[in-house]
Write a new protein. Structure first.
Length: 473
């Protein structure tokens, strides 16, 4: 019984077992290598072991591969010599060279005309060279290159559209044009840019006019003579005075009438707009807050023809996200509004002009940083006198034959631009969230329209606290 439990000697030592496993792995790798089509980028030689077999290989343009054959070769036939060439170094070794892009096959025959091997060859652009160039120039991307003849397919991932543009430019040079490049690259970085623009403007205007229309007539028997002095107003401001005061005197054959036209106007304009737009990298976004007004441009058979002129705040921008986090911006913004300044009167109708400020620039900046693309402080003074020659220059008395038109305008404008990489956010707050219309009793006795804009309410959402009011110049 004790012999049943006796320790037996192993059939193979650890060293022998290791050598056996290594030999099996080597045989398996050899079988896989010669049973699969060869890649042009990794192949420098090919051994054909089975007589009469067919092998398929890809070969780079202007590259060569060594073919080792199992028998002596007596005849070599190349279907397309302009695509690939075959050179016999020995009776069993051949060198195949890629001459031009395309496909062909090479037949190796023995002395009896029997087939030794057939090599199916596809001459393609050397994708390894392009892959190495892309890894060096765009290291943050993972681009795979597949080549089919003169065509190239780009796949993998890139961090930004800017990286894809670089990759496409390089591949187009390699393939002979963008039409030979297929792009299926996926972008994994943030590609939406939100641009917040703040337009802040304060404009003040003062118009003063003073003019006297004086007319006098003298009648002596059959002789009647008169004087009419009506200097025009509105030359500097484009505004016709509507405030008049008249006085007259008549005695015998003398009649004097005087009309005083006077105007004093002050205006203030405050513009604050904060448009926010979101656009894909490389795509344009456009915003307009304003409208159009009609401007007469001609008369045809008594019918006035109009054109509509745009006014308001317009914003156009095109963002480009770079792989290093920099955002390139092409910004085009304008602020315009109708104004009587520079307008004219036709048939009793005042046709306004348009005051417009534009800013257009291209910059590169970090996300979250702010750029002032336009800052303007403008102060304009215009003054115009109209008088009767000679008598209008007489001190004191000349004021009866003279008119004055005075305009002063001040403008302060600032445009701020801040780009952000758009990310998903929380629930947006709506302007109607805090609106609660008042009842009849509150509206009648307290003058409340709704809770947000009431009288005597404490500071809350949508309300100001502190000193508020109006500025009167």
């Amino acid at each position: 019984m004790s012999g049943l439990f006796q320790h037996s000697k192993p059939l193979m030592s650890p060293r022998q077992m290791y050598l056996a496993l290594a030999t099996m792995a080597l045989l398996l790798a050899t079988f896989i290598l010669f049973s699969q089509p060869a890649a042009a980028s990794a192949m420098s030689s090919l051994r054909v072991s089975a007589v009469g077999s067919t092998q398929s290989i890809q070969l780079g343009l202007n590259k060569s591969v060594i073919i080792d054959l199992p028998r002596d070769v007596s005849e070599v036939i190349v279907s397309q010599p302009n695509v690939a060439g075959a050179i016999m170094r020995t009776r069993k070794r051949a060198i195949i060279q890629g001459v031009s892009l395309g496909e062909t096959n090479v037949f190796f025959l023995d002395a009896q005309g029997r087939q030794i091997a057939v090599i199916e060859i596809s001459i393609v652009n050397d994708a390894a060279t392009l892959s190495a160039a892309l890894r060096r120039i765009v290291p943050t991307s993972n681009i795979q290159v597949d080549s089919f003849g003169e065509r190239i397919i780009l796949s993998g991932t890139a961090q930004s559209t800017d990286d894809i543009n670089k990759v496409m430019a390089i591949a187009a040079q390699f393939a002979g044009g963008e039409d030979n490049v297929a792009n299926v690259i996926t972008i994994f970085g943030a590609q939406q840019v939100m641009l917040k623009v703040t337009v802040a403007e304060v404009a003040r205007e003062t118009v003063k006019q003073l003019g006297i229309d004086l007319s006098a007539s003298l009648s002596l028997g059959d002789l009647t003579t008169g004087l009419l002095s009506a200097p025009p107003l509105g030359g500097a401001s484009g505004v016709i005075s509507g405030s008049t005061m008249s006085a007259g005197f008549s005695a015998g054959g003398v009649s004097i009438d005087a009309t005083l036209r006077a105007l004093e106007r002050r205006g203030a304009l405050r513009t604050l707009a904060e448009p926010t737009l979101t656009a894909l990298s490389g795509q344009e976004a456009e915003f307009l807050a304003g409208g159009e007004f009609p401007v007469p441009v001609g008369v045809d058979n008594g019918v006035i023809t109009f054109e509509f002129k745009e006014f308001g705040i317009r914003l156009k921008f095109t963002p480009t996200v770079h792989s290093n986090g920099i955002i390139g911006l092409e910004v085009d913004t304008s602020v315009s509004e109708p104004t009587t300044e520079g307008g004219f009167n036709a048939g009793g109708i005042t046709i306004p002009a348009t005051r417009q400020r534009e800013a257009k620039t291209s910059v590169q900046m970090q996300a979250g940083s702010t750029l002032a693309i336009a800052g303007l402080i403008e102060d304009k003074v215009r003054q115009q006198f109209n008088s009767l020659p000679g008598i209008g220059d007489v001190p004191i008395l000349g004021a009866l034959f003279r008119s004055r038109d005075f305009v002063r305008s001040q403008t302060e404008l600032l445009i701020l631009v801040t780009p952000y990489l758009a990310q998903p956010g929380g629930q947006a707050r709506l302007p109607t969230d805090n609106v609660n219309f008042s009842g009849d009793a509150e509206a009648i006795f307290l003058g409340h329209m709704e809770k947000l804009y009431g009288v005597g309410e404490g500071a809350g959402p949508g309300q100001y606290s502190g000193s508020i009011g109006f500025v009167l110049d």
